[in-house]
Design a binder for this molecule. Structure first.
Ligand code: DC
Length: 222
């Protein structure tokens, strides 16, 4: 891991909006961006293509270690194929959360995630960015919102895309996923004592971005 590259970590539950906030902050600062959840989603998708069960730890870890991925702006290529939409499905959300509970899979993805720390800096979002992957990051944020607000955001996103959406089902699925991510034995979702809490239930995206930038400016050497 390159100790000299500044890293900002944003961890939090699903549909909290952390990806959007992280991408915007990265764009303002000119930093690279790591969507670590995409790596777990890609692992689940690659396992499905190869008909490997998501709970088959040795096989799924092997797939994770060998995953051939290219991030091209908004596009995600798996073995040269555009899977940007495929990895965003609810099914791959469940798959990602399932494979993410396997310790060998997390180990397989660790160095790959650390390799994203390149100059001039990195904005990394996920569940264990501050606790496991970049424990030395100078700014760690725990970004969240209530389950009701997150479900509502996900619902509006689906409707805007013209996809069918059921608010009650989305809320239930979000709560189940939060629970799986929180209670698992390895790298559970948690707010670290050294992470700043950003509660976004009553904030716009712009306000959340401005808060992260203000914290970052306050931490930069003058
Ligand atoms: O952020 P997301 O919804 O794309 O993440 C999908 C799943 O991957 C999520 O349920 C938990 C898992 N994940 C993880 O365990 N660790 C990370 N750093 C990122 C995601």
């Amino acid at each position: 891991m390159n100790q000299h590259v500044p890293v900002i970590t944003i961890d939090g539950p699903s549909a909290s909006g952390k990806g959007t906030v992280a991408q915007r902050v990265a764009a303002v600062l000119g930093f690279h961006y790591l969507d670590s959840g995409a790596l777990y989603r890609l692992t689940a998708l690659a396992a499905q293509y190869r008909r490997v069960n998501w709970k088959d730890e040795p096989f799924v870890a092997e797939i994770a270690a060998g995953i051939d991925v290219i991030f091209e702006g908004e596009r995600v290529l798996l073995a040269g194929n555009d899977v940007s939409l495929a990895i965003r499905s609810e099914e791959m959300g469940v798959g990602a959360s399932t494979v993410a509970a396997l310790p060998a899979v997390r180990v397989a993805l660790l160095e790959r995630q650390r390799a994203f720390a390149q100059k001039p800096g990195l904005l990394a979002d996920g569940r264990d960015m501050g606790s496991v992957v970049f424990p030395q990051a100078p700014l760690k944020i725990f970004l969240t919102a209530t389950a009701a607000v997150r479900a509502e955001r996900r619902y509006k996103q689906l409707i805007a895309r013209g996809e069918p959406a059921d608010l009650a089902a989305i809320t239930a699925e979000l709560e189940a996923r939060d629970e799986r991510d929180r209670v698992r034995a390895v790298a559970p979702l948690q707010q670290l004592p050294d992470a700043l809490l950003l509660e976004t239930s009553n904030l716009t995206i712009e306000q959340a971005v401005a808060q992260v930038l203000a914290w970052w400016q306050a931490r930069m050497p003058k």
